[in-house]
Design a protein around this ligand. Structure first.
Ligand code: ADP
Ligand code: ZN
Length: 212
């Protein structure tokens, strides 16, 4: 039950992870979410991360490795976890191995660049962590979070130019991880669908096949 969800920005890793953790009862560790929280709190990590995130670059490995390590090795994660957004570079994957964490499967949610660009323009998020899409996953009441009722906003780094930069960053720095995990026999590829629940069905089928 120690899983990694990989995929380009906007592929729906976070949304799918949210669904699977409900069934598995393990924590979801989203480095993007942890970093946004740190920025909001204005912590030292947050201050360091802001410039990178807002320009569509990756936050330096040592910053991200630091925030993940403590939590991964804590009691909360003993029964399992889903890592969503980590690792994102070969150096991070190697750091994860050196923490002695044994991963059961790596799920890659695959979506073309063209589709990603279309999707990101409709993404809306809530400060509680929920995310929605104006077209594919609308909230029950327009502009309001289903879970907590707060107003939905567009993430700063979802601006069109930043999305293009994030995709480039993904292809250059994160995509090599597919090969890294394939060679370890851990990689499962899932074709991202238009509808969230259709992707969830494929994700669950893939997990069932590895006995998770
Ligand atoms: P998305 O998957 O849609 O890009 P995330 O919330 O996962 O969104 O990440 C948002 C941003 O946070 C990334 O573009 C990057 O700048 C930073 N970030 C998140 N996780 C990592 C990581 N593991 N390593 C470096 N930077 C990260
Ligand atoms: Zn909310």
């Amino acid at each position: 039950m120690k899983l990694i969800f990989l995929g380009p920005p906007g592929a729906g890793k976070g949304t799918q992870a949210e669904r699977v953790i409900e069934r598995l009862g393990v924590p979801q560790i989203s480095t993007g979410e942890l970093l946004r929280r740190a920025m909001k709190e204005g912590s030292e990590t947050g201050v360091k991360a802001r410039g990178y995130i807002e320009s569509g670059a990756l936050v330096p490995d040592e910053v991200v490795n630091g925030i993940v390590r403590d939590y991964l090795l804590s009691d909360d994660c003993r029964r399992g976890f889903i890592l969503d957004g980590f690792p994102r570079t070969i150096a991070q994957a190697e750091a994860l191995e050196s923490m002695g964490v044994h991963i059961d499967a790596v799920l890659s949610i695959e979506v073309s660049d063209e589709k990603i660009i279309r999707r990101m323009s409709g993404r809306r998020v809530c400060e509680c962590g929920m995310s929605y899409h104006t077209e594919y996953l609308p909230p029950k009441e327009e502009g309001k979070c289903d879970k907590c009722g707060k107003p939905l906003v567009i993430r700063n780094d979802d601006a069109a130019e930043t999305v293009a930069k994030r995709l480039e960053t993904y292809h250059r720095q994160t995509e090599p991880l597919l090969d890294f995990y394939d060679r370890r026999g851990l990689l499962i590829r899932v074709e991202g669908q238009e509808k969230v629940e259709d992707t969830t069905a494929l994700v669950e089928k893939a997990l069932a096949a590895v006995g998770k």
